[in-house]
Design a protein around this ligand. Sequence first.
Ligand code: SF4
Length: 215
Amino acid sequence: MANIKEIVAQIKMDYPNPDCELVFKNSYELIVAVILSAQCTDKRVNLVTKELFKAYPTVQDLANADILAVEEIIKPCGFFRNKAKNIIAMARDVVLKHNGEIPSKKDDLKSLAGVGEKTANVVLATAFGVPAIAVDTHVFRVSNRLGLANARTVEKTQEQLEKNLNKSDWARMHFSLVLHGRYVCKAINPKCEDCHLSKNCKFYLQNHKNDAKNA
Ligand code: SF4
């Protein structure tokens, strides 16, 4: 069993103020940016949303947008046809069913086009300060390598993280694990030699043991 207390304490020291790297000014901009970030880097999303929010500054503007014009702007994000359809449908739902306000309840968020568990959790934690731990590709990989979770699916990983971590730490752990996965614990060639978590990391200790055996 991983030493969760020590891992969390080290992560808090390494990432004292973890935050979302998406640029946004309000919950409307955040939810759009998170939908666009699927299979795309935050850096690219930030370039695209700069132009997108200039053209559609409010959720009402996006609800009335021409899909071809939106597709043209968000093309660099990939899967642009689907994403354009989803963000416009999401905006229309927000205008028609939620009085133009991005909802702050998980079920309401998940009823919007293009919004699944992960996006809903990021919006809840980031825009509304609600404890939530979103499991994206980085959180999934890093938490299972460390031993904060031991699961093969995103759903199970989320369930175990919610059980193993204090609720008050959920949001900051999400952002910290994303940053750690992005810059240190990369999918290929994790920088274990530079990582302060190695002495408690299941993946590192396992590989280290194998190295020693093979020496
Ligand atoms: S020791 Fe290596 S595998 Fe473990 S968290 Fe750090 S970078 Fe990732």
